[in-house]
Write a protein that binds this ligand. Structure first.
Ligand code: CP
Length: 314
């Protein structure tokens, strides 16, 4: 198995072969995660720091669990419990942690570019767990994994990403990842929540009308409105937004019979969805995405930290 990367920050630096290696490895870890005993010794002796300087449920819990299941030593050191509140800089924090001879830093930060800056000051591998509105590469990988598991392929599928495209870190990684894997990508949302020049996203289509595009989509990928990155109240209002862009029971009639519904989470019921669609027993893959999170993050830790030299179970 050839995998020649130290960091996972910019998914555009990964080839289709690299991404497929990650997805195949995640599939192998899915089998480990379904065993009665889920722990393997493959990263014994490696030390991983989880530096979450912004809130997280899914990304943080799945990275922590992935580290435990791979037998790495892990340390949680981020946010308001660190000496950054006393004025210590990100770089000084990283240099302090490096003194412990750590192997990897997983970072979530409100500042776009924080993971890259860490690579300039630390010998450790770095995984971007979400930086500003720049990127969230492991989210993109778990989304690809989920689609691949449900459809058997990614190439040629028509994926619509719906909602607050302009403030989404998920889009920064998911759109290039889908394009690398040969999907056709449409973004849909109100003009007020689109980037100033949506063409720079590299998508195939931009549309402001959800009802126009729904009949063509194989995957409907919903986004929440990223209120933490909005200045002022969203326009349209949340009620208007739900009317125009909410995936509702009424809109389901426009969807292909086999179209999937995905969402990176956290979800806002009554805004981007009604509950019937969020919990749809056939179409919704949201909890499959959560499960894919641990498999993909185990794969990323394993491949970036050289676990492949030892094998999955050794
Ligand atoms: N999708 C995602 O990043 O969720 P969390 O913010 O809960 O980690």
């Amino acid at each position: 198995m050839s995998f020649d990367h130290k960091h996972l920050i910019d998914i555009a630096e990964y080839s289709d072969t690299d991404i497929m290696t990650l997805l195949e490895t995640a599939k192998a870890f899915s089998e480990v995660n379904r065993r009665a005993i889920k722990k393997v010794p493959t990263l014994k002796g490696k030390t991983v720091v989880n530096m979450f300087n912004e809130p997280s449920t899914r990304t943080r819990s799945s990275f922590e669990l992935a580290e435990k299941r791979l037998s790495a030593d892990s340390l949680n050191c981020g946010g308001s419990s660190t000496s950054t509140v006393k004025g210590e800089s990100l770089i000084d924090t990283v240099m302090t942690l490096d003194a412990y001879q750590i192997d990897m830093i997983i970072v979530r930060d409100k500042h776009a570019g924080a993971p890259y800056i860490i690579t300039q000051h630390s010998p450790a591998s770095v995984i971007d767990a979400g930086d500003g509105k720049h990127g969230h590469p492991t989210q993109a990988l778990l989304d690809l994994y989920t689609i691949w598991q449900h459809r058997g392929r990614i190439e040629g599928l028509r994926v619509g990403i719906v909602g607050d495209i302009g403030h989404s870190r998920v889009c920064g990684s998911l759109i290039p990842a889908l394009k690398i894997m040969g999907a056709e990508v449409t973004v849909v949302g109100p003009g007020t929540l689109m980037p100033a020049c949506p063409d720079v996203l590299g998508v195939d289509h931009v549309n402001l009308n959800l009802d126009d595009v729904l009949p063509d989509l194989d995957v409907v990928y919903m986004l929440r409105i990223q209120k933490e990155r909005l200045e002022g109240a969203p326009f349209p209002s949340l009620r208007e937004y739900h009317g125009l862009y909410g995936l509702t029971r009424a809109r389901e009639r426009l969807m292909r019979p086999d179209a999937l519904i995905a969402h990176p989470g956290p979800i806002n019921r009554g805004v981007e969805f009604d509950s019937h669609m969020a919990d749809h027993p056939v179409r919704s893959v949201i909890l499959d995405q959560v499960y894919a999170g641990i498999c993909v993050r185990m794969a990323a830790l394993f491949l970036l930290l050289g676990g492949a030299e030892n094998g999955l179970d050794s």
